[in-house]
Every structure is written in C-alpha cells, then in structure tokens.
Design a protein around this ligand. Structure first.
Ligand SMILES: [Zn+2]
Length: 272
C-alpha cells in the first residue's frame, strides 16, 4: 500500500506554457553525499549534507541569497559524511520538513543533530518504505527501510539508509545512501520498482554495494559516484567501476567532475 505522506503534497497549478524543469545537483562535498533537488514547482529538497560546512557554499550557488528556507531535508543515515553538513544547514536555514529514520546512535554529531532537529520546530517524519513525497508531477518514493527504526539500534548503520526513487514523467533517479548488497537483494525480493535512468551509486562506490543483479534491475544509463579525491578508503573500488563499464553505464564522479547537475523536463535529461 502506498502512503502519501502529507509533508509535501502540492498540486500542480503552474503555467503549462512555461518550460518546467526538475534539477538534481550532486554536490562535490569531498568524501560524502549531498544532493539538492529543485522541482518544477520550486520546491527544494536536500538529501544529506556531506562531512562539513561545504554544503552551505554549494547551496549559496543554487539558491538566491534571500531564500533561507528549505522545504525538506532528508538524512539517509546518521554517519559523519552524511549528517555533519546537515547540522550546519539546520543552523543556517529554516527547514520546514525533516525526513529521517530516527535510528539510535550515540556520538557527538548525532546528539547535536537531535538537538537541532528539536530546536528547528520542523515537521519531522520517520521514513519507512511505501511513503511518497509529491511536488506536482514529481514523486519521491521511499523504498527502504521496510520498518520503523525510531529509537532502535541497528548492527550496520549503512543498511539503515533511506533508499529513494525520484520520478518525473519518464525520467527517474535512484538514491541508495550507503546501503549494502544485502539491502539491494531485499529490494529485489520485495519487487520494488528500481529501474532508473540515473543511479546514485551506494556507499561512494565501495564494493560493499552495487551488486550485479541489482545493477541489472536498476538498468541505469548514468551512475553518479559521490566521492572525495584521494580518500583513505580507496573509494570507488575498481571492481565497481569495471562492472559499471561492462554494462556501458556512463560514470560521473564528484572527485573528477566536481558538482554534477542533471536537468530534466520529464521526457529527457541533460547533464551539466
Ligand atoms: Zn557515506
């Protein structure tokens, strides 16, 4: 059953004579994830904030200086390279809605995040599969986690990552957070619609993720890897790069290409 959560339900009322674009920016924030989505209705969604305050500079490039509001902030999972910049975002912007898993951890950044979320007075929603966020003709489907993780401890924090599929007309994106192959397998078993034009490769191109079966299901044309230059983890792994190449998938990397922006009218997309 699909639950349409009421945090971002907007009905399209825009002028059809104007070209309407969806913009998805994969910010180069070093070793970490940060993705900014602007819908044709002008709604702004930020998925993760990278490892430091670099995200603030990136947002300043995308948003007019007077715009201090973000409609929705999504934390895929509370690890340093995803959560840290979001703490700065909560300090600098008025965030109307927050979507996260509520999963339990105990470290300085996590406690700081929880404190800021409380102070922000946003509408906080605990993510769970089968939720959908809508902005006009743009839909963001939550595919994972498949259970409510609020105040729960998990063995592998990466596998608590919110996995989402963004759909605008005929164009779609899959955001995997840092989910491992075991999650990918479960998504296939649960018959989730995974096919997407663009795949945000999980876990910075680590070989913990992006199993071949999963890749065949998603069948992307473009793979985006958010990864830092000369990172100490050796991400992305050659095995994953070889696999993507084997299927003729175009690879974009923030360490080499910098910020990556994909713009779509719902029929086609271009990469900037
Ligand atoms: Zn990560």
């Amino acid at each position: 059953m699909l639950v349409l959560i009421n945090i971002l339900v907007w009905i399209s009322v825009y002028d059809l004579s104007q070209p309407q674009y969806l913009e998805v920016s994969f910010f180069d924030v070093g070793q970490g994830d940060s993705i900014f989505i602007e819908t044709p209705l002008g709604h702004q969604i930020l998925i993760d904030g990278g490892p430091d305050s670099t995200v603030l500079e990136k947002l300043a490039n995308e948003m007019p200086f007077w715009d201090k509001e973000i409609d929705l902030v999504i934390l895929t999972h509370p690890e340093h390279d995803h959560i840290s910049g979001l703490i700065d975002v909560l300090e600098s912007f008025e965030v109307k809605n927050i979507l996260w898993t509520g999963v339990k951890r105990n470290n300085y950044e996590y406690n700081e995040w929880k404190k800021r979320v409380r102070e922000e007075n946003s509408n906080v929603v605990i993510a769970q599969s089968d939720q959908c966020i809508r902005s006009g003709d743009v839909f963001l489907f939550v595919l994972w986690p498949d259970e409510n993780l609020e105040n729960k401890e998990v063995k592998n924090i990466n596998n608590s990552s919110i996995v989402m599929r963004l759909v605008f007309g005929r164009v779609s994106f899959l955001f995997e957070g840092d989910a491992f192959k075991s999650v990918e397998k479960k998504l296939i078993e649960k018959n989730k619609e995974l096919k997407s034009n663009v795949l945000k490769v999980a876990h910075h191109g680590s070989k913990t993720s992006t199993g071949e079966e999963f890749l065949k299901e998603v069948f992307p044309e473009v793979a985006v890897i958010e990864v830092g230059k000369n990172n100490r983890y050796g991400h992305p792994h050659q095995e994953i790069l070889d696999e993507l190449e084997k299927y003729g998938i175009k690879i974009l990397r923030t360490d080499r290409d910098g910020d990556i922006k994909i713009i779509s009218d719902g029929l086609n997309y271009i990469i900037k």
